[in-house]
Design a protein around this ligand. Structure first.
Ligand code: CMC
Length: 432
């Protein structure tokens, strides 16, 4: 696809500048401003990168107006219906759906990298029992660079592959170890005969004295949530991974940065915040009061699980999760669970409210996911960890794309400086 030229007219007639406008496969044209400073002497200003493409990517595409999400071109609805998390992981990492041989080989590799070096388990003893699991998981993932420094040459394709398989395989084991530590229960080792999500649930809920059988619907629901959370183009945590990785740093430290970024309530921490909010609301009679608070500009309260930087229509992932939520509550939990009823009522009221309509605020992926996690017996503090396990695939995929991109440079934004102009140092006795 050919590029176009874009003429930018400056403050006077002589300051005309021609910039290249790239044509993407899908989506709006992208104005290339890389030469703007050198040729025009100006920077662009875009806090929060709301109108800035920070890189070239061919992994995930979102059309926020249409509510469209594609992984490597495949609609999320089709993947959610017909694929598995492991197959989606392969698709994201390698760009194409695997043949059965490729899938078998990939799955075997992930299954055989699940174990942790025993020294890792001792790390957890250094954490207090009530440490937030996200803090433990990010700390332990960062420490992986101290164990695998023999395979972290980012310019070696083989090393990059081993890193990808290792982190995807081990992050559930790390998450389960954090959970068991918070309970004071013995760690349950991974079982390589179990699939990814069944193994994860087994490590979470099995205890050595008894046999434990993972419920099939729980594993299916978790697999679906993981597919939906696996990637979401240049979001805050993925951009953090790319930013840290752009300096050539160890890839485990880049993933740890992604985990830290994900923790915030405006990002992955929202799934925990939604349940906290619904518990705080407590009764349908108090819903309007909270809606009014969310609309009040002088009140920092926001409806958690609502709104999205990119989606200006219903988040397609929320639609899929909502259906699974019904199934899970019917079979595993209480289908009349007060929290689900509250969420449904809240959604109904908000979607009819002028404020939310005008600002295009719809439920996002986090609105219903916490309710499913709760029905599966996963505690609130682990919700964002579950998100991190799934998104790890996206982070690794973006990191690999960045490392191989010949146009990739160290991330180094500029700024709109509004501090004092140059001035001379005043000796202490001259200041009054
Ligand atoms: N409740 C009430 N008002 C809201 C909300 C909300 N949840 N979200 C946005 N608004 C208002 C906001 O006050 C602003 O109003 P105004 O134009 O009058 O200043 C307008 O809508 C635009 O909001 P914004 O903060 O400029 O939008 P953003 O793109 O910077 O933020 C967001 C996106 C997701 C951080 C935000 O919608 C939010 O805080 N939502 C609640 C937290 C949440 O659910 N996060 C999960 C996001 S999806 C999963 C993920 O990314 O990990």
């Amino acid at each position: 696809m050919s590029d176009e030229h874009y003429r930018l007219v400056g403050p006077d007639a002589n300051s005309e500048l021609e910039l290249v406008q790239h044509k993407p496969t899908q989506g709006p044209n992208v104005l290339d401003v890389t030469k703007l400073y050198r040729r025009g002497g100006v920077f662009t200003y875009d806090p929060g990168f709301a109108a800035t493409a920070s890189c070239t990517s061919s992994i995930t595409y979102i059309d926020g107006e249409q509510g469209l999400l594609l992984y490597r071109g495949y609609p999320i609805e089709q993947l959610a219906k017909s694929s598995t998390f492991i197959e989606v992981a392969y698709l994201l990492l390698y760009g194409e759906l695997p043949t059965s041989d490729e899938l078998e080989k990939f799955e075997r590799s992930i299954r055989t990298h699940t174990m942790l070096n025993e020294s890792f388990l001792r790390f957890f003893n250094g954490f207090h029992h009530d440490a937030h699991p996200m803090a433990m998981v990010s700390g332990v993932v960062a420490s992986m660079s101290a164990f695998y420094h023999d395979t972290t040459d980012i310019h070696d394709a083989g090393h990059r592959d081993i890193f990808a398989h290792r982190i995807i395989a081990k992050i559930p084991t790390i998450a389960a170890a954090a959970y068991k530590h918070s309970l004071g229960q013995p760690f349950v080792y991974p079982q390589n005969d179990l699939d990814y999500c069944t193994n994860l649930l087994n490590m979470f809920f099995a205890v050595p004295p008894t046999t434990y059988e993972v419920d099939a619907l729980s594993a299916e629901a978790l697999d679906l949530l993981f597919i939906l959370h696996a990637d979401h183009e240049q979001n805050c945590s993925t951009s953090s991974v790319r930013m840290v990785g752009s300096s050539g740093s160890n890839p485990y430290s880049a993933i740890a940065a992604g985990i830290s970024a994900l923790w915030g309530p405006a990002h992955g921490g929202a799934n925990e915040a939604v349940i906290n909010m619904l518990e705080e609301i407590g009764s349908p009679s108090r819903l309007q009061q909270y809606i009014d608070r969310a609309k009040d500009r002088n009140d920092p309260f926001r409806l958690m699980g609502f709104g999205h930087r990119v989606y200006k229509s219903y988040d397609p992932r929320a639609m899929i999760i909502r259906k699974m939520c019904h199934r899970v509550l019917e079979q595993l939990g209480d289908k009349d669970a007060p929290i689900f009823e509250l969420a449904t009522r809240l959604e109904e009221i908000a979607l009819r409210d002028e404020f939310f309509i005008e600002k295009n605020l719809y439920p996002n992926v986090d609105f219903y996911s916490g309710i499913i996690y709760q029905a599966l017996g996963i505690p609130k503090s682990m919700f964002t960890v579950m998100f991190a396990i799934a998104r790890c695939v996206g982070w690794v995929t973006h990191w690999r794309e960045m490392v191989r991109d010949p146009e990739s440079r160290i991330g180094r934004p500029r700024q709109l400086y509004r501090g004092p102009k140059q001035r001379d140092y005043l000796a202490l006795d001259k200041r009054n």
